[in-house]
Design a protein around this ligand. Structure first.
Ligand code: NAI
Ligand code: MG
Length: 329
């Protein structure tokens, strides 16, 4: 028996995670569930967004499935963003964000890309200071973190179409972005079977929109990977569809790319597809490939014939969509 830790978090996390639990229960696998709390509501209750008990629950589980965590767009003393805190604390250094075409309206057909995002440093880790009207953020890039994310990306590329785009801005940030680029290219020498090339981040944004078929695997520092992976999600059905995994040597937390979606939270209409495809990634991690493919096929079957949730132009609720996927499974 394997143990899955569920962390619903905030907003629609509380709607999509119970739906995912129903799906996991319907797979017939021998699974046990634990539940842990994190996020903004947790911070308001306990003064910390990630209690120690939650970290212990993640460590004790075979894998963790998280929903979404709200972060205010202003400085709140004592508050750390929950998912960023867990990525750092548990050293979940690789963020894998596949972007695959599914049979939904507004998708560019035939795409199969993977963003491999460095998950522990760069301009994303809340190292900021403010002096009156001047604010400063530190963008730390290390050779060690660049090296290990390069290996993850190159291993992924090796198993796919063997093309790796290194996304950077070394022309303007030759020391930080330059160290990342230089390190990835160095590691790539050990992978002569993978065609590794570099692309400047703004050009990458345009090329992703104009010529997405050209991409296989992309590797990027934290903030560039964050932004471009939402763009990639936009090409393949939107945030209601996009899954992700935060993986380290010892632990892994799987989560949809989307956030807590306060604009639709509480109405029962969130699209659980992103979380269901995230469940498939979690099952792959548990070496349950066959069940993972069954889950993906069930999701695609329902996406093809409906019912669809409102983000995809339909009228299904989270619950009726989940019923349909479970029936297809
Ligand atoms: P968001 O991803 O929550 O929502 C963006 C838009 O996409 C909204 O219009 C929302 O309704 C829609 N959307 C997202 N997921 C959907 C789904 N499953 N079904 C249907 N529609 C969906 O991003 P936003 O609005 O920028 O951020 C809201 C909050 O979420 C913020 O506090 C932010 O910090 C947090 N956030 C958390 C993330 C995480 O936990 N990993 C990631 C991104 C944002
Ligand atoms: Mg994001």
């Amino acid at each position: 028996m394997r143990t899955i830790c569920l962390i619903p978090g905030d907003g629609i996390g509380r709607e999509v995670i119970p739906a995912a639990r129903r799906l996991l229960e319907a797979t017939g696998l021998d699974l046990a569930f634990t539940e842990a709390e994190a996020g903004w509501a947790t911070f308001e209750r306990h003064g910390t967004s990630v209690p120690d008990a939650t970290l212990e629950a993640v460590k004790a589980a075979d894998a963790t499935l998280a929903g979404a965590f709200t972060s205010p767009s202003r400085k709140v003393p004592g508050h750390n963003g929950a998912i960023r805190f867990m990525r750092k604390k548990l050293d979940l250094y690789a963020n894998l964000r596949p972007s695959v075409s599914h049979p939904v309206p507004g998708t560019v057909p035939g795409l199969d890309m993977l963003m491999v995002r460095e998950n522990t440093e760069g301009l994303y880790v809340e190292q900021e200071r403010r002096y009156g009207d001047i604010a400063i953020a530190d963008a730390v890039v290390t050779k060690r973190a660049s090296e290990r994310i390069a290996r993850v990306a190159l291993e992924q590329a090796r198993r796919r179409r063997k093309r790796l785009a290194v996304v950077h801005k070394a022309n303007v940030l030759p020391l930080t972005s330059g160290l990342f680029l230089e390190t990835v290219l160095e590691v790539a020498k050990e992978y002569p079977d993978v065609e590794t090339y570099d692309i400047i981040v703004d050009a990458a944004a345009m090329k992703l929109v104009r010529d997405p078929e050209a991409f296989d695997v992309l590797v990027a520092t934290n903030l560039f990977g964050d932004i471009l992976s939402d763009l990639m999600a936009g090409l393949t059905g939107g945030l209601g569809i996009a899954p992700s995994a935060n993986v380290g040597e010892k632990y892994a937390i799987f989560e949809p790319v989307h956030g807590s979606a306060p604009d639709i939270a509480g109405r029962g209409v969130a699209n659980p597809t992103a979380t269901f495809l995230t469940v498939a990634m979690l099952l792959d991690h548990l070496d349950e490939q066959e069940t993972a493919r069954r889950v993906e096929a069930a999701v695609d079957a329902v996406l093809e014939r409906g019912p669809l949730t409102p983000d995809l132009g339909g009228e299904a609720t989270t619950e009726t969509f989940t019923d349909a996927v479970i029936a297809a499974l």
